[in-house]
Design a protein around this ligand. Sequence first.
Ligand code: FES
Ligand code: FES
Length: 168
Amino acid sequence: MPIIINGREVPAPADARVSLLDFVREHVGLYGTKKGCNQGACGACTVLVDGERILSCLALAVQYEGRAVTTIEGLGSNGALHPLQQAFIDHDGFQCGYCTPGQICSAVGMAQEVARGVPSHVTDDLAATEIALDADELRERMSGNLCRCGAHNGIVDAIAEVYAGAGA
Ligand code: FES
Ligand code: FES
């Protein structure tokens, strides 16, 4: 069964050992998704599967037959940037840029988690159905995506503008 990458059906790899990250980059030729640590520690490889964020370096491609994978290349539509991509530009949310695709995919998935009422480590009321994406929530929920240069505050501001209103 094929894997659906950004709306396009792609045959799954014959080798069951191929990670989803290597599949997207080396088999499909989409190099936006980055390989940082290749062991689940940096978030650079984050993609969306059926709208949920996952670390593609820790996933085997064959696990995702029939599933819809969205990479950074698939976030915009009709040649237009996704609003979060534009916000990253507006807020200088990248310096090295290497972590950026993962940051953006992760934030898109993160916003859906907040909308579904999924609590984080810093959520006070675990039974709350509505969670405000304040500064603590935003930074905690994005803590799996590392930025080790000077852009982290810009990243936070960009995400806050799109998903929490300015000032998170
Ligand atoms: S490359 Fe996957 S988490 Fe670092
Ligand atoms: S923008 Fe990539 S590490 Fe900061």
